[in-house]
Ligand binder design. Structure first.
Ligand code: FES
Ligand code: FE2
Length: 380
C-alpha cells in the first residue's frame, strides 16, 4: 500500500510548515516506499577510484536486499555487477574490498567469471545442449564517477549522476584540491538504531551546534560560525563555514607545521544519502553514508581518505575525534530522537527556519524532507 499523502504538507511555506510526521521515521509502509522509490533508483557511493587502481581490485556494496561488486578490468575499465552467480544465484564475494585472482570463482559449483564479468568456465557445461557461456555473464549495473568517487545505480531509467549532481563536482574540487589523489585511511561502520533520515537531518542543520553537547561547541569554536552557510541545489546541497584563521590548536593537536585540504568546514550532500566533507585543518576527505537497514536501523559508514603524503598529527587527531567524540555525540542524539518519535505525545513540530536562511536555520532539513516526500508520494 502506498502511504497516504499528508494533506498539504509539501504545499506549506517552509517558515510555516510543520515537520514531516513522525511515522515517516518508523512506518514499515513508508520504508517500503522509500526502498522502491528512493533507494533502488538512487546513485550509491561505493568508494574512491584509488581503491580500484589496479586490474582485479574490487569493492562490494550491500544495500537492503541487493549486493553489488565493482571491479577494475584488465582493460582498465571500472565495471559494476550484481554480486550473484548466474547459475543458481549464490552470492559471490563477501569481502568489502580486495583483489581477485585471474577470475571471480563462485564457491558453490565453481563457475568462473573474468574480470570483465564474462563467464569463462562452468564445470560440466559441455554436457548441456544449447549452453552458451556468453548468455551467463554477470549482470551489469550502471556506474558513474563524481568527484573521484565511484557510484552505482540499479535503475536503467534513473537520471545520470552527472545531471543530478551538476555543479557538485566543481564544488568538491574547489574545496578538496587533492581529491583525485587520495587513498583510503580507514573505514568505520557503525550500526545506529535510527532511521536514515534522522541521521541526515542532524547533519544538515547548525541549530544544534551551540545547544546540544560539548563536542559540538568544540567544532563551532574552529569555524567562523556566523558565516556558516547552508545552500540547497535541488538534489545536492552544501553547508560550509570558514575556519577560524587564528586557531593554533585543533582536536587537541597543534596546527604548527600541519597541512590541510581547505580553509573551511566543507560539506556536500548528494541525494539521497551520501555526504562528503572536510573538517577544519584536516588533510582529508570524509565520506558519511547513511545506509538503511530497516525503518529504525541504519549502517553509518565513515570513510576517511587522505592525500598521498605523510599524515599530519592534527589530521590523525581529527579522525580520532570524529570516531570517538563528535560521531558518538551525534549518534546519541539520533538514538534518543528515534526513541521519542513513536510517542503518543508527538506527531509534528516546527522547523526553525528564519527569513535569512541563517547558520542556525533548518531550511536544509525542510528541503531534504520535501525531496523525500515527493519521492515517496510520486505517482507510478
Ligand atoms: S551457484 Fe554459482 S556455480 Fe552454482
Ligand atoms: Fe551534529
Amino acid at each position: 500500500m502506498i502511504p497516504v499523502k499528508s494533506l498539504d504538507w509539501a504545499d506549506t511555506a517552509p517558515e510555516r510548515a510543520l515537520t514531516l510526521p513522525a511515522r515517516y521515521f518508523y512506518d514499515e509502509e513508508i520504508f517500503k516506499a522509500e526502498r522502491e522509490r528512493i533507494f533502488y533508483p538512487a546513485w550509491h557511493c561505493i568508494g574512491h577510484v584509488s581503491e580500484l587502481a589496479e586490474p582485479g581490485q574490487f569493492l562490494t556494496f550491500d544495500i537492503l536486499d541487493q549486493t553489488i561488486v565493482v571491479l577494475r578490468g584488465d582493460d582498465g575499465q571500472i565495471r559494476a555487477f550484481h554480486n550473484v552467480c548466474q547459475h543458481r544465484g549464490n552470492r559471490l564475494l563477501e569481502a568489502r574490498r580486495g583483489k581477485l585472482g585471474s577470475v571471480l570463482r563462485c564457491g558453490y559449483h565453481s563457475w568462473c567469471y573474468g574480470r570483465d564479468g564474462g563467464l569463462k568456465s562452468a564445470p560440466r557445461s559441455e554436457r548441456l545442449p544449447d549452453f552458451e557461456r556468453k548468455d551467463y555473464g554477470l549482470k551489469g549495473v550502471r556506474t558513474e564517477i563524481l568527484g573521484s568517487f565511484v557510484f552505482v545505480n540499479f535503475d536503467p531509467d534513473a537520471a545520470p549522476l552527472s545531471e543530478i549532481g551538476k555543479g557538485a563536482d566543481a564544488k568538491m574540487s574547489a574545496y578538496l584540491p587533492d581529491l583525485a589523489n587520495m587513498t583510503l585511511i580507514e573505514e568505520v561502520d557503525v550500526v545506529v538504531p535510527a532511521n536514515w533520515k534522522i541521521i541526515m537531518d542532524n547533519s544538515i542543520e547548525g541549530y544544534h551546534f551551540g545547544l546540544s553537547g560539548p563536542v559540538h561547541k568544540e567544532l563551532a569554536a574552529l569555524i567562523e560560525f556566523n558565516q556558516y552557510s547552508l545552500e540547497a541545489h535541488d538534489k545536492w546541497w552544501t553547508y560550509i563555514g570558514p575556519s577560524k584563521p587564528d586557531a593554533a590548536v585543533a582536536y587537541g593537536a597543534p596546527l604548527d607545521g600541519a597541512t590541510w585540504q581547505t580553509d573551511s568546514f566543507f560539506n556536500i550532500g548528494i541525494w539521497p544519502n551520501t555526504t562528503f566533507y572536510c573538517f577544519p585543518f584536516a588533510d582529508l576527505c570524509g565520506t558519511f553514508l547513511m545506509i538503511p537497514l530497516g525503518p529504525e536501523k541504519s549502517l553509518l559508514r565513515f570513510g576517511y581518505y587522505g592525500p598521498k603524503r605523510p599524515m599530519p598529527e592534527v589530521t590523525k587527531a581529527c579522525i580520532k575525534w570524529m570516531n570517538e567524540k563528535l560521531g558518538p555525540e551525534d549518534i546519541q542524539l539520533n538514538v534518543t530522537q528515534q526513541r521519542g518519535l513513536r510517542s503518543f505525545g508527538y506527531n509534528q513540530g516546527r522547523y526553525l527556519i528564519d527569513p535569512e536562511r541563517s547558520n542556525e536555520s533548518e531550511h536544509l532539513v525542510h528541503h531534504f524532507h520535501k525531496l523525500v516526500h515527493q519521492a515517496v508520494h510520486a505517482r507510478g
